[in-house]
Design a protein around this ligand. Sequence first.
Ligand code: BDR
Ligand code: CA
Length: 341
Amino acid sequence: MSDLPHQSRKVIMDCDIGWMNDDCTATMFALLSPDLDLLGITPVMGNFDLDHEVACALRLLELLGRTEVPVCAGFDRPLIHERSSYADQVWGKWGTLQPVESIPPGLPTLQRDPRHAVDFIIECVQKYPNEVTILATGPLTNVAVAIRKYPQLVEQVGEIIIMGGNIPGLPRGHGNITPMAEFNIWVDPEAARIVLRSGAPITLLPLNVCRLTHFDRAYFDRLASAESKHPEVARLFRDYLLIHFENPEVDRKNARLFYGLYDHCVVGCAINPDLYTVTEMHVDVNIVQGAFYGATHGYQRGTYSSGAYQFPLDDGCRPIKVAHEMDFEGLVDIYLRALTE
Ligand code: BDR
Ligand code: CA
């Protein structure tokens, strides 16, 4: 055994956090894991309107007694994608500019940090070159603008681990917000394209792998019986999850039979990348408005036998790591350990 002190991995949680949604409980996972040092939370609109998300992040920090962690708000709307009647019908309240009236445990008194998410991300990367990992579990607007504002970020960031997209050629590769697209990428396809083409070291966790986390009642019972370090937050989390098991109407409305630990996959990957089977692929995003808007496609470059040509011809799309299989039990173990030990 080494006598060296335990080195925690420095991370920023860039997320569309709500109250006890998967971003929220994934952020809790990052806050409680001894393997991670959470430098800050940078909310971006997505599942919810930005001000609601900021309030949820601040309240979570208050309940966990982690008020030293800064919350730096990012963008309240995508770069180009305008809210439409379709967006109004689907899961997600991005860009609705609603006043924050309440959240279940009450509004926070803690204030947000005045820095914009983009400036906070850049500052952290400059302060700790090659050490900062961005955990991106919402639309990629903040990350894309950080790259545009400070292009050196792509060489100086440790890694960007992203929950987003769907790879149709691999198992479980259909979309979830449209038949072709995944929610995080569809909300801001142009931002996603900037990030995926940036050349930064990226690990992408698409729906193909996240769909392996749809858990059943047995897992819920395991979680509910775990002794938490923060019983009040654990109780809120359990009450929220219980709805998904005890109220079939809610499940049907959300088109989910089981609740999935989608955004937790990103936190788990930062703690133990060996939980995932990863392949190098070129992944790009369709930014033409219409049925395929926000669809991702991933491929491995082929070479003609002559060696003269590659398909597709160079078009700016760079290889990234794509996770496509995972050890779900392993993720559950580290999650429960973070909550209880
Ligand atoms: C993603 O969309 C969000 O609603 C979830 O939090 C997750 O990040 C899944 O498509
Ligand atoms: Ca999310």
